[in-house]
Design a protein around this ligand. Structure first.
Ligand code: HEM
Ligand code: 2DC
Length: 469
């Protein structure tokens, strides 16, 4: 017989004590490891209640399949109260990330056509390819200036710029100029504000932002400052495109970028377009840059794998005569490497949905309306799901068999990551250019762990050396 909801194991009946232990053990930064720990103690399903939110946590791919089948027509994630509270406070519209119900669906359908439809890749790839080539030139210059035959650095700042330049060129159809020696201080501030925004969100996941606002507490103040910085720079970029669009009557043939396409299409209100473009611009920085940093870190630890990837890339370049759109179809191992990075170092610790119908998971009844979380980080490191989980093996994604609900780094279904196609193309192109030009080496053997800062980030700087081939 199916067991009742109240029988699900877990520590859900003492929320204040939980919050306290959480605080004392620096649980904030260890959410992902605490989830692994809980799955070890309770098994593949457990209930928890920390602060003001309660959830059922699951880990198995086949249970993820049940969860996503029950997500309904308007899939809903854990509500990011601090993010909506800021918009309410400043009277700004929600973009696709924060909308719900029919309002979300209608925006999302329009945005899908311009942002994630496969036929857009042909437009995005040439723009991203140019950014990738410029990044390589910049690295060559840095190596020259170092006076050695290599450049040793914490690449994260360069990767933030690469990521913003990439997503900016796709959204605005023009370059922001972030790979030049002197960059716009406003763009630098934008990058800083995104990190600050994620960090200041953290305490507010457990203490209601409304309360912190009343108390004029630091996290709320920082959070407002961060979003203000994000919106003001995005507004500036949007205005620039808007003016250019009104001046240039004919932009014949040339792809004008996502923003201009949306404005010309005239199906979403200007305010809606602005809200979603801002979210896309902000969502496109830390996510791809950190995933690329982790990938370089793994490649530095696996020189043989680097050679294998180089061989695949060289063959793809020859057989397609350098046509990047075609090349991307012939680099399965590069794609496997990105999946493998997201398995071990996912950006999102969990995927979550409020289920819209009753379901049964692990023989427990879960009623409609419950918040169910799939522990993505824990799943990626479970040996029953991924044999030898601690090993970085991109080739595990090449084996046939579909990998049923295993590659979930970008989420799933109609509410999955809207920036997925951009992110994938941008990361593949980056790796192709870097591996064609450089060897990546590590500084001593150091294990770097993840730290939860709303998204998972390396707990300490990763130092790499880059050498010309
Ligand atoms: C949503 C991951 C890059 C924009 C999401 C979600 C995940 C995710 C897990 C939630 C999906 C779900 O609930 O099923 C990632 C990863 C990235 C990445 C791993 C790169 C490695 C980007 C980029 C952009 C972006 C480059 C913008 C260009 C968004 C937006 C949403 C979203 C707008 C909300 C979509 C909606 O609610 O309808 N992402 N993301 N992401 N992401 Fe990404
Ligand atoms: C954070 O417990 C931990 O892609 C929470 O580009 C559950 C949760 C809910 C939603 C997740 C969030 C976590 C991590 C960051 C995500 C977010 C949905 C979208 C967002 C995964 C796992 C992200 C980074 C977006 C951010 C766009 C923003 C900058 C405008």
């Amino acid at each position: 017989a199916v067991r009742p909801f109240s029988d699900i194991p877990g520590l859900w009946n003492n929320q204040l004590a939980n919050l306290y232990t959480f605080w004392k053990t620096d649980g904030f930064r260890n959410v992902h490891r605490m989830m692994v720990h809980n799955f070890n103690i309770f098994g593949p399903i457990y209930r928890e209640k920390i602060g003001y939110y309660e959830s059922v946590n699951i880990i198995k791919p086949e249970d993820a399949a049940i969860l996503f089948r029950a997500e309904g027509h308007y899939p809903k994630r854990l509500k990011m109260e601090p993010w909506t509270a800021y918009r309410d406070y400043r009277n700004r519209k929600y973009g696709v990330l924060l909308k719900e119900g029919e309002d979300w669906k209608s925006s999302r359908i329009i945005l899908n056509k311009e942002v994630i439809a496969p036929n857009m890749l042909g437009n995005f790839v040439p723009l991203l390819d140019e950014v990738g080539q410029d990044f390589v030139s910049r690295v060559h210059k840095k190596i020259e200036r170092s006076g050695q035959d290599k450049w040793t650095t914490d690449l994260s700042h360069e990767l933030f710029k690469y990521a913003l330049e990439s997503v900016g060129s796709v959204l605005y159809g023009e370059r922001l100029g972030l790979l030049l020696d002197y960059i716009d201080p406003e763009a630098q501030r934008f990058i800083h504000c995104i990190t600050l925004m994620f960090q200041s969100t953290l305490p507010m996941l457990y203490i209601p932002p409304g309360l912190l606002r009343l108390l004029r507490a630091t996290p709320w103040k920082e959070h407002v400052e961060a979003w203000d910085g994000i919106f003001s720079h995005a507004d500036y970029c949007i205005q620039k495109t808007y003016r250019r669009l009104r001046q240039e009557s004919s932009m014949k043939g040339k792809y004008p970028g996502v923003l201009a396409s949306l404005l010309l299409m005239d199906k979403l209100s200007i305010e809606d377009i602005k809200a979603s473009i801002t979210e896309l611009m902000a969502g496109g920085v830390d996510t791809t840059s950190i995933t690329l940093l982790w990938t370089l870190y793994e490649l530095a630890r696996h020189p043989d794998l680097q050679e294998e990837l180089r061989a695949e890339i060289a063959a793809a370049r020859t057989s397609t005569q350098g046509d990047m759109v075609q090349m991307l179809k012939r680099v399965p191992l590069v794609k496997g490497a990105i999946k493998e990075t997201l398995r071990l170092h996912p950006v999102a610790v969990s995927l979550q949905r409020y289920i819209t119908e009753d379901i049964v998971i692990q023989n427990y009844h879960i009623p409609a309306g419950t918040l169910v979380q799939l522990g993505l980080y824990a799943m990626g490191r479970d040996h029953r799901i991924f044999p030898w989980p601690e090993q970085y093996l991109p080739s595990r994604w090449l084996s046939p068999g579909g990998h049923y609900f295993q590659a979930l780094g970008f989420g799933f279904g109609p509410r999955q990551c809207l920036g997925r196609r951009i992110a994938e193309a941008e990361m593949q192109i980056f790796l192709i250019h870097m591996l064609e030009n450089f060897r990546i080496e590590k500084q001593r053997q150091v294990e770097v762990r993840s730290s939860f800062q709303l998204i998972l980030l390396p707990e300490k700087p990763i130092l790499l050396s880059i050498r010309p081939l």
